[in-house]
Design a protein around this ligand. Structure first.
Ligand code: ZN
Length: 232
């Protein structure tokens, strides 16, 4: 099940500027992707696949770290998928003998949202990061508690200390800077997304904090290992 949450942000001036910049970059990327599709269609009568466009704009992102590179990969993929859908509809109408127009380019105020995977929006953008001093964090916590209660679950807070550095596979400390997004353990060979590795450590800490038995912890770790091997 996929749930969508909307957060109301009350950005300060610096955050506001950072958001504006991201929305502007998002609009640029969307328009460039649309232009690429329109041109290809006009020149060859054919479409471009989502994966071709993603390969192209992934390279563009990497080549322009200060502009397009500021956009999170998920939000870029989301935009390209949206465009892919619009073009499928375009080709469907064409096939049915209609004369469809191209999807529209986005103007200054027509681009309002970017999709972000939970948390990464705030953590990837320094100016937007939540700290314990922000009112936003308390509100977020309340929302989380409300949601957990609804799901018959519980929110447990743990100290974030070292959670991104410790290997969730073997416990070895693997120091890495924030820009290193993949956890690679020299001791046990575990390769995992940085955030996923940290999430597993946080889960273990939470279970320990609840005082669950060691067996419960072992069962949970087995479950995680099983999930991990299924994904490979
Ligand atoms: Zn390890």
């Amino acid at each position: 099940m996929k749930r969508t949450y909307k957060y109301r942000l009350y950005p300060n001036r610096v955050q506001d500027k950072a958001l504006d910049f991201l929305l502007w970059q998002g609009r640029n990327l969307y328009n460039a992707a649309l232009e690429q599709r329109v041109k290809t269609y006009q020149e060859t009568g054919k479409g471009i696949s989502y994966s071709e466009q993603w390969a192209h704009f992934r390279d563009e992102r990497n080549a322009n770290p200060e502009t397009l590179g500021k956009l999170n990969a998920t939000s870029v993929q989301q935009m390209l998928r949206r465009l892919d859908k619009s073009f499928s509809a375009f080709f469907r109408r064409l096939k049915a003998g209609e004369k469809p127009g191209f999807p529209r380019f986005k103007g200054r105020n027509r681009f309002h949202s970017l999709e972000y995977r939970h948390g990464s929006f705030l953590t990837q953008n320094r100016h937007l990061s939540l700290s314990a001093h922000d009112a936003g964090l308390g509100e977020f916590r309340q929302l989380l508690e409300y949601k957990a209660e609804n799901a018959g679950s519980q929110v447990v807070t743990v100290s974030p200390r070292n959670t991104s550095q410790v290997c969730s596979g073997c416990g070895e400390i693997v120091p890495k800077k924030l820009k290193v997004r993949t956890h690679v353990c020299p001791a046990c060979g575990l390769v995992e997304d940085r955030d996923v590795n940290a999430a597993r450590n946080i889960l273990v800490l939470a279970v320990l904090r609840l005082g669950r038995s060691r067996q419960a912890l072992t069962r949970m770790q087995q479950g995680l290992r099983c999930l991990r091997s299924r994904r490979l």
